[in-house]
Structure formats: structure tokens, C-alpha cells
Design a protein around this ligand. Structure first.
Ligand code: ATP
Length: 398
């Protein structure tokens, strides 16, 4: 349908970017089919009109339209949803270093030239005049075969320093190398201090993609590569490299249980050399001050931990949100086991009696009930009560 419509409208439609790269890698047996999740279809033409004309009877829903002339569309094929990103072939003009570009609808060639790496500048024609052809105008195939991440020009990272993080992701994910030109473009970027001009939101977003798009399995390699290229330093972000292995281990351990927001907090807090680094990652002053006071309290606790009873430890741990506790496990590695014992065991142990039961037993105020529940938990952890009956017995004596 899409092809027919492009033909009718005399507009050129093609696949470009990651979908072509991953398809070619898959054909060579270098990638498993699950690796490529989304795909981009580009139109050299008027995308708005094209999508309007796309048959009314084709069950579809436009989910999102961006300022960059792109549309996310959900089709329903035999009832199954399929999301496709439609993109207008475009030219990008970078007026200021590290700022978002101005975007203009343009032709196929401009659309390839605006891209980040040669391996992402390959296209496959979906309509005339290049239907079914692999279009390799910038030598992407050669670099794909040589497993090289190569920018299109040496000013590439000055225009958009987020491409450095993108390049690192491709290198690590695909097991590629950086080309000579990658290092040269990096040098030009450092000379112009472009990374320092990258906004906190965009910097944080790129680092979040390491965790949320690439995942914990390759996170350590991503962080190490970024560190070795001095990207953190050039971006004005001081990181605690010695924390990286433990940070990645901790993130793996909480992957299933923590929400993305919680994982993000552990990640950023565990990554920075000192709390002032959080500012560069977009944390508000209020939040940094709150974390600072928590951390100072925790330091006091840390020094006397060996002298504290289980009850005292629980009192401490109960006061701190679990994502901060996890970050403290990275900052104070000696405490990792203790903290994880709390998160995985202690915090999950509950008395069998609940608030309602306690009311029936004559306890009145919410505060009192809260305290009793904590005491019952402690008694369970100490092995002094094991059943509901034990709990009732204990309370009678209490
Ligand atoms: P992934 O497998 O990570 O999804 P992708 O190549 O599909 O890789 P997207 O972020 O979906 O990555 O971007 C689609 C395409 O748009 C890229 O292949 C690249 O050609 C182009 N692109 C995306 N971001 C940039 C950028 N910052 N600068 C230049 N080109 C970009």
C-alpha cells in the first residue's frame, strides 16, 4: 500500500538508518533478529499529505508528531499493532555549537548527509526509481563490513556531541571499532569545547540510553569506553570510575524490582565523583541538598555500624528510600552486603498480624500500631516469634 501510494504521488519512499544497518548485519549472521526493534521509513515528499491519503480503510492511528517532521504511526495488521516511524527527508542546519538544528524538508541526498555515521547512512529504496535497491552513497557498506563506526565529517561532533554517545553505543553493542576519523572528530569537538555546551538534559538523556536502551549487560563497557575517551571530563562531569563495576553489579541486581525512575537515581548517584556532579545531570538544588544531608547522616551511621543492634540498624534503613540505599551500597562498598540483606530480606519480612488485628487487640493510635508492627518484624527476624499465635502471645506479655 505504501509503495503504491508513493508511486501514485510520484514521491520516493525508502528505509534508512538502523533498520538497513541491522538488516545487513542480520543477513551476514552478525546480529540476531530481535536486535532491531523499530524501523524508520523516510519519504522524500509531503509526509503530512501522504499519511492523510494513506487509505482511510487502512486502520491506523497517528501517535505522535514531532517538530522534526516525523510521525509515529500505529497500524493494525490483522488486529496486531505495528508501530512505524515516518520521517520526512530533511536537511539540518546547525547554527550554534551543540544546539538542536533547524530542520527543513529536503531530498534524499541531504537526508543521508545529515546522519551521524556511515553505517547509518545506508538506504533501501521502497519505490521508484530505486525500488528494491541498496543505496550506498557514503561508503557505509564498506565500513559495515570492516566493523567501523565512522562519522560523516570531522565537524560532526561539534554540530551534535550526542553523536559521540551514539557512536559508543554502536561500537559496544555491535562489537565494532572506531575509525581514525572518529578520533579526529573527537579532537575537533574537544578543541571547540562543544561537549561542555551540551545541555544537562541532553547529556543525562544520552547516559540514560546506556542503561535503558542498551541495558545492564553491556553498561560497564559503555561507561569504561566513555571514560577512556575522556568524554565525561570534556562534558564537565566528574565521575567515580572506581565505582563503575559495583554500580553495574548493583543495577543488575535491582533490575527486575526497581522502577525506571529508581534505577536512574541509583545510576546517577553511583556514577558521580561528588554530589556537585549531579547538577550537571540536571538534579535540582533542592534535591541535591536533600541527598547531601542524607549522605552525611549515613556517614555517621556507617562509622558506627558495627556497634549497632539489629533494631538500630533497621531504624536507620527504614528511614532511607531504597534507591538511595542502593546508591549508598555503591558509595560505601563495605556496606553492600548489609544493605542488600536489608533490601532483600529484612524489608520484606512482615508480621502476620496486621493493623486491623492490632486494633481488635485494643491498640488505638496509628503511630502505636506502626511501632508494634516494627517490633513484631524485629522479633521475627530475631527468630523469637514464628507464627501468628507466637505474635499474639508476645503482645500479651508486651
Ligand atoms: P538503534 O538501533 O539504536 O535504534 P538507530 O540507528 O535506529 O539505532 P535512531 O536513534 O532510531 O537509531 O535513529 C535513526 C537514524 O536517524 C539513525 O540511524 C541515524 O541515521 C539518524 N540519527 C539519529 N540521531 C542522529 C543524530 N543525533 N545525528 C545524526 N543522525 C542521527
Amino acid at each position: 500500500r505504501l509503495r503504491k501510494l508513493a508511486k501514485k504521488r510520484g514521491e520516493f519512499l525508502y528505509f534508512a538508518g538502523g533498520v538497513v544497518r541491522d538488516y545487513l548485519l542480520f543477513k551476514k549472521g552478525k546480529l540476531n533478529p530481535q536486535s532491531s526493534k523499530d524501523f524508520d521509513i523516510v519519504l522524500e515528499g509531503n509526509l503530512e499529505k501522504f499519511l492523510q491519503e494513506l487509505n482511510e480503510d487502512l486502520n491506523k492511528e497517528i501517535l505522535f508528531k514531532s517538530q522534526f517532521l516525523t510521525y509515529k504511526v500505529r497500524f493494525f495488521l490483522d488486529g496486531e499493532p505495528l508501530e512505524v516511524d515516518f520521517i520526512t527527508a530533511r536537511r539540518e542546519v546547525y547554527e550554534e555549537i551543540a544546539q538542536l538544528p533547524k530542520v527543513f524538508p529536503s531530498n534524499f541526498m541531504d537526508d543521508l548527509l545529515r546522519r551521524d555515521f556511515t553505517i547509518n547512512a545506508l538506504a533501501i529504496g521502497l519505490s521508484a526509481p530505486y525500488e528494491g535497491l541498496l543505496l550506498d552513497l557514503l561508503d557505509g557498506l564498506k565500513d559495515l563490513e570492516a566493523s567501523l563506526v565512522k562519522p560523516l565529517h570531522l565537524n560532526s561532533f561539534v554540530e551534535d556531541p550526542t553523536r559521540i554517545f551514539r557512536g559508543i553505543r554502536y561500537k559496544v553493542r555491535l562489537g565494532f571499532d572506531f575509525s581514525e576519523e572518529f578520533y579526529q572528530a573527537l579532537e575537533v569537538c574537544y578543541q571547540k569545547e562543544a561537549l561542555k555546551k551540551l545541555s544537562s538534559a541532553r547529556l543525562a538523556n544520552e547516559l540514560k540510553l546506556y542503561l535503558f536502551k542498551e541495558g545492564e549487560e553491556i553498561l560497564l563497557k559503555l561507561l569504561e569506553t566513555t571514560y577512556q575517551l575522556e568524554v565525561f571530563k570534556e562534558a564537565g562531569l566528574e565521575v567515580a570510575r572506581e565505582n563503575f563495576p559495583l554500580l553495574c553489579e548493583v543495577l543488575k541486581e535491582v533490575k527486575e524490582e526497581f522502577s525506571p525512575k529508581e534505577r536512574e537515581k541509583v545510576y546517577f548517584l553511583g556514577m558521580v565523583e561528588s554530589l556537585s556532579g549531579l547538577e550537571r545531570l540536571g538534579f535540582s538544588e533542592v534535591e541535591i541538598t536533600r541527598i547531601e544531608s542524607l549522605l552525611n547522616n549515613f556517614r555517621g551511621f556507617y562509622h558506627k555500624i558495627n556497634t549497632l543492634s539489629l533494631k538500630e540498624k533497621l531504624e536507620w534503613f527504614d528511614k532511607v528510600r531504597r534507591e538511595y540505599l542502593c546508591a549508598f551500597a555503591v558509595i560505601f562498598p563495605e556496606l553492600k552486603e548489609e544493605i542488600f540483606r536489608y533490601l532483600k530480606v529484612y524489608s520484606k519480612v512482615r508480621p502476620e498480624l496486621n493493623g486491623e488485628d492490632l486494633k481488635k487487640l485494643g491498640f488505638r493510635s496509628g503511630k502505636e500500631i506502626g511501632e508494634i508492627l516494627k517490633i513484631l518484624r524485629l522479633k521475627r527476624l530475631e527468630g523469637k516469634v514464628k507464627t501468628k499465635e507466637d505474635e499474639i502471645e508476645f503482645l500479651k506479655k508486651f
